[in-house]
Design a protein around this ligand. Structure first.
Ligand SMILES: [Zn+2]
Length: 91
C-alpha cells in the first residue's frame, strides 16, 4: 500500500474542535475522517542508500542511483538522488 504523508499541524485545530464539541465516539469518528480526507503533503519519502566502492576503480557510487558523487566525496546525502547515506536499505 502506498504511504500517504499529511501535515500533522494542519489537523490540530480540527482535533481541538472535535474534542471540545463532541463525545469520545464522535471525536474518534471525525478524527479518522479528517485524517483520511487530509490532502497529501508535498514531501518525498527519504530513501536510504550507501556509498558502494567500485572494485574496478576504487571510486564510490550511490547504491540507489549508481551515480558517482562529484569529487568522489562520500557525503551524508547523495547529491544526485538525495538518498540518505546511512547504510540502511529501504524496506
Ligand atoms: Zn544516488
Amino acid at each position: 500500500m502506498a504511504k500517504k504523508f499529511i501535515e500533522a499541524e494542519m489537523l490540530k485545530p480540527d482535533m481541538k474542535i472535535f474534542t471540545s464539541a463532541y463525545s469520545t465516539e464522535l471525536t474518534k469518528c471525525y478524527s479518522q475522517e479528517a485524517i483520511d480526507s487530509a490532502p497529501a503533503a508535498d514531501v518525498q519519502e527519504v530513501r536510504h542508500g550507501s556509498w558502494e566502492i567500485n572494485p574496478d576503480g576504487y571510486y564510490p557510487y550511490c547504491s540507489i542511483c549508481k551515480e558517482e558523487p562529484q569529487g568522489r566525496a562520500m557525503t551524508k546525502y547523495c547529491p544526485n538522488c538525495g538518498a540518505r547515506m546511512d547504510g540502511e536499505e529501504n524496506v
